[in-house]
Design a protein around this ligand. Sequence first.
Ligand code: ARG
Length: 461
Amino acid sequence: GTNQSGGGRFNEPTDAFVARFTASVDFDQRLAFHDIQGSIAHATMLARVGVLSEAERDAIVQGLTEIAGEIERGEFQWSVALEDVHMNIEARLTDKIGITGKKLHAYRRSRNDQVATDIRLFLRDEIDRVAAELARLRRGLIELADREADTIMPGFTHLQTAQPVTFGHHLLAWHEMLARDHERLLDCRRRLNVMPLGAAALAGTTYPIDRHVTAELLGFARPAENSLDAVSDRDFAIEFTAFASLLLMHLSRMSEELVLWTSAQFDFIDLPDRFCTGSSIMPQKKNPDVPELVRGKTGRVYGHLMGLLTLMKSQPLAYNKDNQEDKEPLFDAVDTVKDCLKAFADMVPAIEPKKPQMAEAARRGFSTATDLADYLVRRGVAFRDAHEIVGLSVAYGIRESKDLSEMSLEELQQFSDVIEGDVFEVLTLEGSVAARNHIGGTAPDQVRAAAQRARDALAAM
Ligand code: ARG
């Protein structure tokens, strides 16, 4: 804090610039309600073990509750001279209830275990919100995939047409990515959910506290095992930001596909107008701003991950002021993830596939060439020879501007006499996707079954 009084061990007040430079209240006031929640639990525990009287506890709880009201109504006077959210609230409590307010802080607890607790409480709540939004997005994807289980589009490798797939299958690939992200998020929550309070500045406290009581009051699984570790590490914030980076990486890949698919050259889908904007200069334009922005915002979240990793890497035990720098990147990562998830959860159910265009694109790129090779192999042709025969057929198709399925039986038989009329069953797009009929394959029935498993797995989380 600042030493305006010059009292104690200081001979002069803090330099005005230094006071501003070291203050965090402009951004850490976002932790106010969790700070109050932690203080109320701490006072409740202190009364339970007999360190505070019930009257003192009641005065503290009452005072803190009023302060929460003042903050909510925007009446609270935040002071940069009081450095951070913790000292602002402590000073206001002492204003209100006098010496009893100071007692709460005497029997702790330093700002070190306080801030370590506040961030965990804050992040735990935010994780629950993020998880709910992620679940909403997953549900939307699963239902769209189920609806589009029969819709055929080209599948790509190297962004070149490879084999036909169903649109539902493609969407469930997205869903798998998000299901793993969801697990990572819940895993992060489990690990952060231990309570630093009681670690005090670094070594623990001489007061007869009961950390199990406080942990239970705050919904933590247990008190943190080691006081030095509890006040100093921010690995849970890094872990969340790593989760966020992976999630955004996935959303960015999806965004990229949405941007491609809405282009006139692909023309696979329509995004409703409410997710797009026009151009001020080109009247024909309808730009996919929402996916573009999600793709762009991925960069800042990666930046926060690298920032937090670097923030921690050289810190000796235990608390160092460096850690005050954990909040802005974490807050921004939380906000960015929530906004991007909301955008996607709103947008995905509104994707309108253009089925004729998708099927036409799948037909154009000789996407059933592999099916023809498989057909030949089933008729006893060696794979090497089959590969060659199909290659010659495709070259002919390119010359004649004909897909394999558009060639006559006679045309196909120029390349191999084992080809018969039943070849057209495998050369159609429907035949091609239906033939990949095993778990994890693109056949429509498999997509419907996978959608049901995805629904069940989500419901069980
Ligand atoms: N504002 C500080 C932070 O964000 C709170 C802890 C400060 N503790 C201290 N001893 N300076 O980390």
